[in-house]
Design a protein around this ligand. Sequence first.
Ligand SMILES: [Fe+2]
Ligand SMILES: [Fe+2]
Length: 203
Amino acid sequence: MADGHHHDLHDDQARFKAMTEGTAEDWAIIANHAKGFNKGLADRVLAHLKLLDGDYGGFPIDRLTHSLQSATLAHRDGMDEEYVVCALLHDIGDTLGSYNHPDIAAAILKPFVSEANHWMVANHGIFQGYYFFHHLGLDRNLRDQFRGHPYFEHTARFCHRHDQNAFDPAYDTLPLSFFEPLVQRLFATPKNSIYLKALREEA
Ligand SMILES: [Fe+2]
Ligand SMILES: [Fe+2]
């Protein structure tokens, strides 16, 4: 019973007060919780994406519709499922990363996507600048620092075909429900994480 200062521990809680006292039993309990919690990642990502709903920021369409339109363009352009989810989520960081939004999406996607798609999402802000930085007194060719990089063309193509052109209020944009199964599938199976070995189902 909680009394405001401390509470009784349940059987499914670790006993340590500092990690220096932690035992394998404690960490088995925590790892078990993580497995269950991680299953909800796709739902949490989708809930956060919905925060962009109604957020226009002066643009012709709100940021959720822009995200859906980016994913729709990618899908209709024949891009694979992983890429389409990257398009859907590329601006999810707008709510918390006002000064570095690509870093947020890149960090969320990193365990689940290829190096090329991760780099594309992480750097899309600089490449997108080609289409508007000059209107703000900035250098539209900032992306040129990456000329010759193996993922330069991949990222330039994303911005050209699936991002800078995804602001059309009249476009037949697919609804979020269309993309939800793709998001669920992508986040079901991490490829790279320092915790992976400890969190495998068979472990
Ligand atoms: Fe962006
Ligand atoms: Fe965008």
